[in-house]
Design a protein. Sequence first.
Length: 234
Amino acid sequence: MQYGQAQSAISEVINELCLYLDNRWAHLLDFDVDGVLAPARMEEYATAIFDAGAPLNTVWGFIDCTIRPTCRPHHLQRTVYNGYEKVYALKYQAIMLPNGLIGHLYGPIEGRHNDNALLAAPTPASRYFQIFGDPAYGLSPLMISPFSGPGEHTREEAACNEAMAAVRIEVEHGFGIVVTKWPFLNGWWKQRVFSSPVGRYYCVGVLLTNALNCLSPNQTSQYFACEPPSVEHD
């Protein structure tokens, strides 16, 4: 009623806009080693995270995955069913930077896959700096995670876990910011796989959230005292 158009017509316009934005700007969420993920930028991020209280000075970002629920599809239901959350869903993996940007987004993949399938996604070339993730991600030259396993941790290990958790929780707000800015992404009953470009909705939401952060730094950027680039920065 507000726009004098049928719901189907408005839906077509929104879908076309999402496809255009994703096709035109998806490269900004790829691993841009000449832009926000250049080696010099990684050094800035690692310094900001260390200055915020992390015990390590090599961590430049935080990796995690998010599950975005969808409607139950009419066919191939097992493909998108996530047994852990017991919902039909798509999954994304993101690297959150201390300047409040989601610097890399991989996905969507079908909800039936576990986090290890996301971890098999393309990763950056070997560098001195590292990404920090939860224990499911394990350890590698590129990635570290909290001390885990059976038995009690030493005092030093427990202190390290506690300090990293304190800085990591601030970054986890990044996923929440996306769906807070774009509530439609939480409307799982409208996310119809095979009928709409559902997988692109979240990608576009991340792109627009990053743009808003460049215009007005969010709480993550403020917490780490790490300014995002200008919105004109390529």
